[in-house]
Each structure stands twice: as C-alpha cells, then as structure tokens.
Design a protein around this ligand. Structure first.
Ligand code: FAD
Length: 319
C-alpha cells in the first residue's frame, strides 16, 4: 500500500489534536507516514502520540534548519519525501504555517493543491467550500501528488496503536529556504479554554453584544459547554475581544461540532470561517438576519434574555 504523508502539527514536540485527525484520515487513503520536523530533542515528545494514532512510519527531521525558519525548509523536506517515497497524497492541517508549507510543496513538486478540505474519500476526492464558503464543491487533483490541506475537526481522531518504523531524513536545507528567520516567539496568553481552531464547540459573539463587558455572557455560556470563544470582526475591530479570536475570512477558520453565534448577522466574510461547522445555532433578535439562512437552529430573541437562560438550563441539565 502506498504511503500517505501527514505533516505533524506540534508545539515544541507536543502534537496537536489535528495530527491525530490527519493520521486517522490517512489510514483510509493508504499507509499513514508521519513527517516530524522540529528542533533537536523535540521528537521524543511526539513519538508515543504518533504510535498511538497509527503512524506506520515516521520520517524525522530534527534540526534548527527546519525549526528556526519560516515554512520553506519544511516544504523542502516534504518535496524530497514526495520524490523518494512516491506517496499517494500529502495531508497538511489548515493552519497558517502549514498552509504556506502546503502551497510551497505543491509548487516544488509540480502538483495540484486542494485547500480547506473538510472530507477526503478513498479515491482522493476532497470536499471543500469555495467563494468565501458560499458553495461546496468536490475536487480531485489531476497532476502530480495531491497536496491536501484539511481543516481541523474534519475527522474524529481514532487511536490505532502500533509501533512505527522511524526513518531519519538526511537533507541539507538550501540557503534560499532559509531566507526568513524566526527571531522571536511569543506564547499566546492562555485562557484555559480550548484552542479556537481545534475546539469541538465554539461560542462566538458579535456587534449585538454592544460592549466589551457583555462578552462575559458569551464566556459564561462557553465555559458551561467547555467551548472556545470566537468573535466577529465587528467585535474585534471595536476592541471588545482580541483579534486572535476573530472567526472569518480574515480571521480563523473553525469547523467544530457545534457553533453558537450570539448577536452576529452572518455576513459572508464571517460565514467563510465557520460554515463547515457541523451544527450551527444562531441567537439574534432580527428574524431576517442572514445567519438564519444557514443556521441549523435559530433562536429569535434578545441575547440578553436568551443567553443567560440557555446557560442556566445547560448548567441544570449538567446537574
Ligand atoms: C475584506 C473583508 C474581510 C472581512 N473579514 C471578516 C471576518 O474575518 N470575520 C467577520 O466576522 N467579519 C469580517 N468582515 C466584516 C463583515 O462584513 C461584517 O461586517 C461583520 O461580520 C459583522 O459583524 P457582526 O455580525 O458582529 O455585526 P452586525 O452585522 O452589525 O450584526 C450584529 C447582529 O446582532 C444582532 N443584534 C443586535 N442586538 C441584539 C440583541 N440584543 N440580541 C440579539 N441580537 C442582536 C443584530 O440583529 C445583527 O444581526 C470582513 C469584511 C471585509 C470587507
């Protein structure tokens, strides 16, 4: 069975949940082969996780040359492995860094690239949203080795413990790939809530909240559900919530099991970042708000009445 390369998404060696999702998906397409790239000494932290989620092989590159530069060196690693291992496909998570790596890998290997897939079938037909998420299409790469960028939460990670073979990749990263050096890293302030792009449940607030302090309502509902908090651009531009929590075309892309939009109208640019959520609930006082056109459940009402009641009811049921 041909290999399917999965670029390991990790923070200083600790794999992100999306890596388990991609390995699970890769098992349906071929033999999953994880590609770990990181600073010297980081692979040891990822090893057990990759074995747990069924990697049959792990290609390892531990070097400052891949850890200290932006994107391009990792694309060189993937391009080399595409040449050496002739995989069926390369799967990469739809995160800011990995998207760039995917595009570079496709260009280097003269291959087709599929962006923001939310499903991939055994014959490599991917489902993706296009035109700002307004249209869902199925597409298949017809040239080279398909490089497929997959949104987090598209597949539930399923463990399949094994003992992967480890292959140290011998590669000299070119000088041109080392043109952009990372000079500083700042850890995002931790809220104690799940990561927005990986959360199973997201509760987002918009301009309807009217003021920064009213985000407390959204946070309370989110905490009741163990959810991440998102925001519309109107809310982040107003300074009510940090920009890193913005969902949409110019913000983060989320695809949780449940997305609750509170006081958000559903503009196309917001929709682009959340419309592949499995279930969408909208709370809005305007029955004509565009969000009701694509929400699964709509609550027409004043959020200042609805959200506290909803939060209380969920608390009660949790018992
Ligand atoms: C190039 C470009 C990129 C953009 N990128 C993004 C992006 O990434 N993400 C994004 O979100 N937007 C983006 N936008 C902005 C987008 O067009 C909208 O302006 C924005 O999404 C609106 O945010 P909102 O829904 O919070 O506000 P509004 O559109 O003002 O909607 C507020 C909603 O709250 C409801 N409401 C008010 N009071 C209450 C109440 N008491 N109870 C219940 N409901 C209430 C109203 O009925 C209304 O529907 C972008 C725009 C451009 C041009």
């Amino acid at each position: 069975m041909a290999e399917v390369l999965v670029l390991v998404e990790h923070a200083d060696g600790e794999p992100k949940k999306v890596t388990g999702e991609l390995l699970t998906l890769a098992r349906e397409l071929g033999e999953p082969a994880a590609v770990f790239t990181g600073a010297p000494g980081t692979y040891a932290k990822a090893k057990a996780y990759l074995a747990e989620y069924g990697a049959a092989k792990v290609y390892v590159v531990e070097s400052d040359d891949v850890a200290e530069y932006v994107g391009a060196p990792i694309a060189e690693v993937l391009a080399k492995l595409v040449g050496d291992a002739a995989p069926t496909a390369v799967l990469v998570a739809a995160t800011a860094d990995s998207r760039e790596i995917a595009a570079r890998t496709a260009a280097k290997t003269d291959s087709g690239l599929i962006w923001d897939a939310v499903a991939v079938t055994g014959d490599l037909v991917a489902t993706q949203g296009v035109f700002g998420g307004s249209t869902i299409v199925q597409s298949k790469v017809t040239k080279g080795t398909p490089v497929i960028v997959v949104r987090p939460n598209s597949t539930a990670p399923v463990a399949a413990p094994g003992s992967p073979a480890e292959v140290t990749v011998d590669i000299a990263i070119s000088d041109v790939a080392k043109s952009a050096k990372i000079v500083d890293r700042v850890a995002e302030a931790k809220s104690g809530r799940p990561d927005l792009t990986e959360a199973q449940v997201v509760v987002s607030g918009g301009r309807g909240l009217g003021a920064a302090e009213h985000f407390a309502l959204v946070e309370k509902l989110a905490d009741t559900l163990g959810a991440a908090v998102g925001a519309s651009r109107a809310a982040t531009d107003a300074g009510w919530y940090p920009h890193q929590n913005q969902v949409g075309q110019t913000g983060k892309t989320v695809s949780p099991q449940l997305y609750i939009a509170v006081g958000i109208s559903g503009a196309i640019q917001h929709r682009a970042g959340m419309q592949t959520s499995k279930t969408i609930v909208a709370i809005n006082k305007d029955p004509e708000a565009p969000i009701f056109e694509f929400a699964d459940y709509g609550l027409v009402g004043d959020l200042f009445n609805v959200v506290p009641q909803l939060t209380d009811e969920i608390e009660k049921r949790k018992g």
